[in-house]
Write a protein that binds this ligand. Structure first.
Ligand code: SF4
Length: 382
């Protein structure tokens, strides 16, 4: 059985003004106690899966704040399948040569750099802790240090950002030769300083048209650099796709450990850990919520995650597993409109469909019917 392991490291030096994740802004972190707690939770959960993990992903938060010897201790406690991809999300300021060497020795094979922008003015606006020249230097260090692969996070639709400014970020990605890019269109989450600034008129939010123009422009430029879209927001040169993220889009199980992590078990059960590091460090079962989705919800989850990937989803397999499929009339209509293409029972988004992926997923999810059910008309109105 192929499954992945996600470890959530919740600490950040400071909270970014657009971020609504569960994070703890702290200077002193009890790393050894945290490593013990992670390994204890891992031991608690491994009965739920068979065999060894095929991917491991340290996400956060800021996993690169974790000292390399602590990373090594955790990874020594996690037996892995041969050739397992082991990724750590990193903020550029943490990636000293010493940390990079220690991370590689510990077993990290891939890093995902939280660059976000190469423009000094936007880096200040986003409250990034690393200067742009230092971040570039980090990218060059990571590129030449012996990781199997590496990635850069790029944000777009920033406050008042123009297409020309976005182009300058893409020029930097091209100049550095980045092999994988994860894209984040800025969203204004409730309660963040960015949302307050938008609401009081300090920031101008990108219009839907500008957002779409930027997305299309990024896809085109990255394609010209040899970075092919393999998911709505992820682009890679050949051989550089993230194996861990592909598990999420292909309906494969994963264990999540750490405060606020969530998991998806082979039985279809989902769980969510409590977002509280103090309680987490006290040990015990951190599960806050368990749910076993019904067939309709499970089919919706599989459809929504599957359609995000460039390979799309096999509707016959969906029907076989869950006894549910989207109405053929709805699929036919999306195909006529050029938003999806079909290859036997597999459907996938077209270039025109990717920018409106959420709307297409919503449309099909609302038209799921039992296999052999009605072929016309929505199940619910939208
Ligand atoms: S570094 Fe990432 S997780 Fe931490 S506050 Fe900033 S955006 Fe949020």
């Amino acid at each position: 059985m192929t499954w992945g392991l996600y470890l959530h490291v919740p600490w950040c030096r400071r909270r970014c003004p657009y971020c609504a994740f569960y994070v703890e802004a702290a200077h002193d972190v009890p790393w050894d106690d945290f490593a013990d707690a992670l390994l204890a939770e891992y031991a608690l959960r491994t009965d739920s899966v068979a065999g060894l993990p095929h991917t491991v992903f340290f996400g956060g938060g800021t996993p690169s704040r974790m000292p390399a010897p602590v990373l090594a201790r955790i990874l020594a406690g996690i037996e892995r399948a041969p050739g397992t991809e082991v990724t750590a999300e990193c903020n550029p300021e943490d990636c000293t040569q010493e940390w990079v060497d220690g991370a590689i020795a510990a077993g990290i094979t891939r890093v995902s750099l939280g660059m976000q922008t190469f423009q000094p003015a936007f880096a200040r606006l986003l409250n990034r802790a690393c200067s742009v020249p230092d971040a570039r230097q980090t990218a060059e260090r990571v590129a030449t240090s012996g990781f199997t692969s590496w990635s850069v996070d790029l944000m777009f639709a920033l406050p008042n950002q123009t297409l020309e400014q976005l182009d300058a970020d893409l020029d930097a990605i091209e100049a550095i030769g980045v092999p994988h890019v994860s894209l984040y269109g800025l969203t204004y989450e409730p309660g963040t300083p960015f949302t307050r600034a938008r609401d009081n008129g300090t920031f101008t939010e990108a219009t839907d048209d500008l957002w779409r123009d930027m997305y299309d422009h990024i896809v085109k430029r990255l394609r010209n650099m040899g970075l092919q879209r393999y998911e709505v927001s992820n682009f890679a040169k050949p051989g550089h796709r993230s194996a861990h993220n592909q598990l999420y889009w292909s309906d494969k199980p994963y264990l999540g450990i750490g405060p606020s992590a969530h998991g998806y078990l082979p039985t279809g059960e989902r769980y969510h850990n409590a977002p509280n590091v103090t309680v987490y460090l006290q040990g015990g079962d951190p599960t806050e919520l368990r749910e076993s989705p019904n067939a309709e919800q499970a089919a919706t989850d599989a459809l929504v995650s599957g359609l995000r990937g460039v390979e799309g989803i096999d509707l016959a397999a969906l029907a076989h597993r869950h006894g549910i499929e989207p109405q053929s009339a709805a699929v036919d209509r999306l195909q006529r409109e050029g938003l999806i293409h079909r290859d036997n029972s597999r459907i996938a988004l077209t270039d025109a469909g990717f920018p409106v992926c959420d709307a297409i997923c919503g449309h099909l999810s609302d038209r799921l019917v039992p296999v052999g059910g009605p072929s016309k008309g929505p199940r619910t109105t939208t």
